[in-house]
Write a protein that binds this ligand. Structure first.
Ligand code: GCW
Length: 681
């Protein structure tokens, strides 16, 4: 099925005669300056889209004319009477923002796409095309939009041998062997897709990758990719292995306070910027899961990050330092360790350092409360790291719409500066007034024909980009945009499918880890259930560490009688989380160890409630299958079949999760399954 290759940039023919005629009028006479690579790409995109949407070419004028129906030009280059009309709107747009507006020029109505910089024009053109392919009325339009977050970044976990850590969509896109000479069309289409949703940064390599990427041979290849991506407004970043000065530079140490080490990084930065003047900087995983770091030399994260930041600073580069740390030598609750370790460093990092924090305190689970560092770390810009690839959410086999998860985290109130101190406000910088802001998503992209393995996983890439642009968008809006752009704008198709996508996140929580359970996945691959696993080398990797099921009950006590992780949250939340009567039940077993006969809010026993949640997850997948079958008239045979097969697997595996977890937990609860829960096969 080749359909999926074009992602949400299908540009299917507009069948509605009224819309087709309106849009044809709009592109009857276009002015678009193409004085830069970015603007040329804007023109290329129009050239690609208009003939498909309208079965005719747009016609262009060489200069701005009174007869123009669409004028696409930088604000400062617009004729003065247009500028005057738009001046006010430009007070609120930032350097990457744009406007699309119908105004009048020499007594004729004209639609103007304008921006302060070329990249805004490209974003505006993509938005106009999106509005067309999702059948919006455009006879008069008044749209101003600017991204709220500066770094909108994909983190690839791609190794140089083209395997992708936690990648379920084939191999890495980056063909290192053929680069730099051979430019795969895929690089361009990847950049187009990203630019269409506003992604402006990409980390090409895995945080666990070796140091080789920093060798000149590879830097030549990175340069070739950076050249393409630059023409779509995307900056390239690399992961930097902390021990690179030893591995590549033959130094005896990588101690960040050693002058030779500092010089090595300075020279490396100079070498990179000579090739790639707009190089973004380094993403670093240090002293985490066995990666080398400053602690190997008795130094700390601040020493390490600032040493690299010093090397990059002359060129405007930045360091993104990950806070995903937890140690097997520390028997503190794993959920507490990153906060304990990083909070004391607040205010000590250089201005060009950002700390990247995963959305939750454990590890990309189907549901976690937000990471307590958000809001607490007040003087350090934090990048939130989401995982778009579905390591703990059924790989590319299960349909799970992640923007619902992202939205839940972004909307969460940290209370760290009073009520309304949401994670979004931490991330967009509005809470503490920082200007360097970022959102990162671990990419789910690979060489599969449809890029993401599961066709609906494209929606997670799309949705991540949209939320990075505007963290206040709703998951519903995003689902609707994506469905319309990817499949069909028919209401009878969109409405039920939207509902299915929104439910899909709760479904996976229900059939994998309901009521706050977490990390009960089988070892290593993290695909199926493994709540019984208790014999791994590191106790903090054993599922039993997280669910603590015994004859008395189940759950992780993170209240003052247990690990007291709740103290890392603001008082308002600490009180709620500590209190079984106040805590939202979706977090119940994350924070509490409770007896099997504990009474849930609906009056039933915990054991029964848990079992019914597992069943609910299975039932929700059955409903998804029905919704998909009903959508058949709007789909090609290939589209229908592909997802139907995947949903059938998802159902089987939802049942597997339910049966495995309930049979295992039942050995402790020693209670029968309640009415309504299917007997295990
Ligand atoms: O959850 C773990 C993953 C690792 C990953 C690590 C991290 C890149 O299982 O595969 O390594 O998180 O985020 O560093």
């Amino acid at each position: 099925n080749l359909d999926g290759y074009k992602l949400w940039l299908n540009y299917d023919k507009i069948e509605d005669p009224q819309l087709a005629s309106d849009y044809s009028n709009l592109v009857r006479s276009i002015y678009l300056s193409n004085s830069s690579d970015i603007l040329k790409n804007a023109q290329n995109e129009l050239g690609r889209a208009i003939p498909r949407l309208l079965e005719k070419n747009g016609s262009y004028t060489a200069t701005i004319q009174p007869e123009n129906t669409l004028i696409i030009e930088l604000f400062e280059k617009l004729p003065s009477d247009l500028r005057l009309q738009l001046e006010n709107d430009f007070r609120t747009t930032n350097d990457e923002g744009f406007l699309i507006k119908t105004i009048s020029y020499k007594s004729n109505p004209v639609t103007v796409i304008s921006a302060k910089k070329d990249i805004g024009i490209l974003y505006g053109v993509f938005r106009l095309l999106h509005l067309m392919q999702t059948h919006q009325k455009l006879t008069t339009i008044d749209l101003i939009d600017s991204p709220k977050v500066k770094l909108r970044m994909l983190d690839h976990w791609d190794n140089l041998d083209r395997t992708v850590e936690r990648g379920y969509a084939g191999f890495s896109l980056w063909n290192w062997q053929k680069l730099p000479g051979y430019i795969d069309q895929r690089y361009i289409d990847y950049a187009r897709a990203n630019a269409s949703i506003g992604i402006n940064a990409t980390v090409l390599t895995n945080v666990n990758a070796n140091a080789l990427i920093l060798n000149p041979m590879y830097l030549d290849k990175v340069e070739a990719l950076a050249t393409i991506f630059r023409s779509y407004g995307i900056q390239v970043y690399l992961t930097a292995r902390f021990s690179a000065p030893i591995e590549l530079g033959n130094l005896k140490t990588a101690d960040p306070l050693d002058p030779d080490v500092q010089n090595w990084w300075k020279n490396k930065a100079a070498e990179i910027y000579k090739r790639i003047p707009d190089f973004g900087g380094f993403l670093v995983k240090a002293n985490s899961e066995g990666q080398p770091g400053p602690q190997n030399y008795g130094r700390n994260h601040v020493d390490g990050a600032n040493m690299m930041a010093t090397a990059l600073e002359p060129y405007g580069g930045i360091v993104i330092w990950r806070a995903f740390v937890y140690s097997e030598h520390d028997d503190t609750d794993r959920a507490k360790q990153a906060y304990d370790e990083f909070l004391p460093y607040d205010g000590k990092f250089m201005d060009n350092v950002l700390v990247q924090v995963k959305n939750g305190p454990i590890d990309f689970q189907p549901r976690e409360p937000f990471h307590p560092l958000f809001g607490a770390m007040k003087q350090t810009p934090l990048v939130i790291e989401f995982q778009i690839t579905q390591e703990y959410l059924g790989f590319s086999t299960h349909l799970v719409f992640l923007p619902k998860l992202f939205e839940e985290v972004l909307d969460a109130d940290t209370f760290q500066k009073g009520k309304g101190s949401t994670v979004s406000k931490v991330i967009d910088g509005s809470l503490y007034g920082n200007t360097l802001t970022g959102m990162a998503g671990v990419a789910n992209i690979g060489t599969d024909l449809n890029w993401t393995g599961h066709p609906f996983a494209q929606a997670n890439w799309y949705g991540f980009g949209r939320l990075a642009w505007n963290p206040y968008l709703s998951a519903e809006t995003i689902a609707e945009e994506w469905l319309k752009a990817t499949y069909s704008s028919e209401k009878a198709f969109v409405e039920p499918l939207k509902k299915m996508m929104i439910t899909s996140r709760e479904a996976v929580v229900n059939y994998m880890t309901p009521l706050g359970l977490h990390h009960i996945f089988d070892t290593g691959h993290h695909y199926g259930p493994g709540p019984w696993v208790d014999d791994l080398g590191r106790p903090d990797w054993n599922p039993v560490y997280y669910h603590n099921a015994d004859y008395n009950g189940i759950g992780f006590d993170r209240t003052p009688t247990g690990s007291n992780a709740t103290e890392q949250y603001a008082k308002e939340l600490e009180t709620i989380y500590n209190d079984t009567r106040k805590i939202p039940e979706k977090y119940l077993l994350w924070f509490h160890h409770l007896p099997w006969d504990y009474k849930l809010k609906n009056g039933i026993d915990l054991w029964d409630g848990l079992a019914l949640k597992y069943q609910e997850g299975v039932n929700q997948v059955k409903d998804m299958i029905t919704t998909w079958k009903n959508a058949k008239p709007y789909l090609t045979e290939g589209q229908f079949k592909e997802i139907n097969m995947l949903l059938q697997i998802q159902l089987k595996e939802a049942e597997w999760w339910r049966d495995a977890c309930l049979l295992y937990f039942q050995t402790f609860s020693q209670r029968p399954l309640p009415k309504g829960v299917d007997k295990p096969a």
